[in-house]
Design a protein around this ligand. Structure first.
Ligand code: AKB
Length: 343
């Protein structure tokens, strides 16, 4: 009997983040997977019992990648670690290192792993509506449901990083070492989703520019006044966190031959900030929500589409949101957030 020297598992970077929490809890519930959780901070206590390995380390550290290479046999990587759009604007170069160099490191790990165990490594990459860049509000109004190939002119470091990494993934999946005799293609099975703003009932966001929606909800539930940093009429796509997690898992399971692209739009609903306030005030009558736009953050949100076209995801891998706006707020977000802050 040969002893398995390297432990098999799925690697999740950015494990402490909002998506990390949702994904680890869902994978643990589904069972059958050894979860290797990686984050720059020590893994949250609530996640530890759900994971086979908990690693606090920096994805920019070569030695950490070598350790992962020698200790684990990895067939799927969920690369969730990223510096989000607002935070990245304060330290663009540092964000570039995490978002781009960090992703390159994980791609290299995926190639190495696939060389060792001989099968492609699925590289699940959350991209974002931030990969879009509409030039002005007029164009945004006229743009309608934006397709993946349209308006790929992002204005934030984060958006540029996400778009670049989508192309990087496409390169590793289809063109890696294209001049070499032993082409060794297909080591990385890169699959990416351009997520809209995500809203979780159990975690609060940090460092994003779509954060105004979850911030408004969580503040209202705590009876705290909230000054929204975007205009009332602003509209971008959003989704409830459980749908985002289901989308990642569904795309990971999809047969390779059904996928016609490496990056997919998905969406669920596109309320304006004002409409979100109305829903919040109906649920929490005493809630004080005002609008005092931060022009520069406002300009970022104005460059993101109001609606996106996710027909490719629906066609290729059967994407369908479970939570439309009504269900997201009234069956998932408000009940759980109310319980979370109930004294
Ligand atoms: C952000 O606001 O930066 C993220 C995103 C839309 O990708 N939530």
């Amino acid at each position: 009997m040969t002893t398995q020297i390297r432990k098999p598992g799925v690697l999740i970077t950015g494990a402490n983040g909002e998506m990390g929490h949702g994904l680890i809890e869902q994978l643990a519930k589904d069972g059958g997977k050894n979860i290797i959780a990686l984050d720059v901070r020590a893994i949250d206590d609530g996640l530890k019992p759900l994971c086979t390995a908990c690693i606090a380390g920096d994805i920019l550290e070569e030695r950490l990648l070598e350790r992962l290479q020698s200790e684990y046999e990895i067939h799927t990587i969920y690369h969730l670690a990223a510096v989000l759009s607002t935070r990245a604007e304060f330290t663009p170069e540092a964000a570039h290192r995490v978002n781009v160099d960090g992703t390159m490191h994980l791609m290299k790990l995926a190639i190495e792993q696939s060389r060792w165990h001989g099968s492609p490594v699925k590289f699940m990459f959350p991209s974002s509506i931030a990969a879009y860049g509409l030039p002005d509000r007029e164009t945004k109004k006229r743009a309608g449901k934006v397709k993946e190939e349209e308006w790929n002119t992002p204005r934030t470091m984060y958006g540029i990083n996400k778009l670049y990494c989508e192309h990087l993934g496409r390169y590793y999946a289809h063109h890696y070492r294209q001049l070499a005799a032993d082409t060794q293609r297909g080591g990385v099975d890169f699959r990416s989703i351009r997520f809209p703003g995500l809203i979780s009932a159990f975690t609060v966001p940090s460092g994003g520019t779509s954060d105004y929606a979850p911030e408004m909800l969580h503040a209202a539930a705590q009876g705290k006044p909230y000054a929204c940093f975007v205009r009332e009429d602003v509209r971008i796509p959003f989704m409830a966190m459980p749908d985002a997690i289901q989308a990642l898992l569904r795309l990971e399971l999809a047969p390779r031959e059904n996928l016609t692209r490496t990056a997919y739009n998905i969406t669920a609903f596109s309320p304006s900030a004002g409409e979100i306030r109305t829903i919040v005030q109906q649920a929490f009558p005493g809630a004080v929500v005002s609008f005092s736009p931060d022009d520069r953050r406002q300009a970022i949100v104005d460059s993101w589409p109001a609606e996106i076209d996710d027909s490719a995801a629906r066609h290729d891998w059967g994407w369908m949101p479970e939570f439309d706006q009504q269900r997201a707020f009234h069956e998932y977000l408000i009940p759980h957030i109310r319980t979370r802050y109930a004294t």
